[in-house]
Design a protein around this ligand. Structure first.
Ligand SMILES: C[S@@+](CC[C@H](N)C(=O)[O-])C[C@H]1O[C@@H](n2cnc3c(N)ncnc32)[C@H](O)[C@@H]1O
Length: 249
């Protein structure tokens, strides 16, 4: 298994190319599919205290702040947090960023957030159970946890030269490496993710008294499909899944 520090190192090395990818609108799944659906689910957050867990360089963190949230963003990649802070210096949105491991949020007091978001990152967090326990700790009662992950039934994992559906061996927890080698990237990089069953994610919510409220399997809108034939597959099967849960007493 790739350890946490190696995964952190991968994201530090990826940081400049990742920031360019996200900020220049080349992360098509984000702009065309995931964000419209996730922000619809998030709804009104004006005046709400929000934690964006594993926030990366902060693209979605800034959207949360522009929507009126009082936002904290944490990620274990110092480099990505530096990029996020640079952006905050350019456009002051009042976001507090800190380099922090999602599985140890000791720097954050409990029972303080109305909403915790985690956009497309829980699959990269080695000890997702600890991270979910930390989410439950920092949420207020009735606070919401909204996260998106690649859809475990349809995510594709590299096997040799090919990419095969992880669901060919669905029940197997499987670490895999993604070679980000698309032409639209300024540089190639590799990151590590873990395929887990939906049951595994739901069980960690259950153990932490996070009651599942809604789930969304997002589809691209017709405009996105017209712009990028790339999205056609997402019309047939969801590439991601978004889950909203609620902290119970
Ligand atoms: C695919 S990126 C998504 C970033 C961001 N949520 C976004 O939407 O742009 C996954 C992120 O998870 C972060 N990450 C992985 N494991 C982590 C951990 N244990 N603690 C904090 N961040 C972690 C990585 O540094 C990376 O920024």
């Amino acid at each position: 298994m790739t350890g946490k520090h190696e995964i952190m190192q991968e994201w530090n090395e990826a940081a400049d190319a990742w920031a360019d990818f996200v900020r220049t609108g080349k992360d098509y799944n984000r702009t065309g599919v995931n964000n419209p659906a996730t922000f619809k689910l998030i709804g009104e957050i004006r005046g709400k205290r929000v934690l964006d867990l594993a926030c990366g360089e902060g693209f979605n963190t800034r959207i949360l702040a522009r929507k009126g949230g009082e936002v904290t963003g944490v990620d274990f990649s110092e480099k990505l947090i530096t990029y996020a802070k640079q952006e905050e210096a350019q456009e002051k949105l009042g976001i507090h960023y800190e380099a922090m491991d999602a599985t140890n949020l000791n720097g954050l007091a409990g029972n303080q957030f109305d909403l915790v978001t985690c956009f497309m990152a829980l699959q990269d967090i080695e000890d997702y159970e600890k991270a979910v326990a930390e989410v439950a700790r920092v949420l207020k009662n009735c606070g919401h946890f909204i996260f998106s992950i690649p859809h475990p039934c349809f995510e594709k994992i590299p096997i040799g030269e090919k990419r095969a559906p992880a669901a060919e061996n669905y029940f197997k927890t499987l670490e895999y490496h993604i070679d980000w080698n698309m032409k639209r990237l300024t540089k190639q990089f590799t990151t590590t993710s873990i395929h887990r069953t939906l049951t595994a994610y739901f069980h960690s919510l259950y153990l932490n008294k996070l009651l599942v409220r809604r789930l969304v399997e997002p589809r691209p809108d017709t405009e996105s499909v017209k712009q990028h034939p790339y999205f056609k597959e997402s019309l047939i099967r969801p590439q991601s899944i978004i889950i909203e849960s609620l902290k119970m007493k």
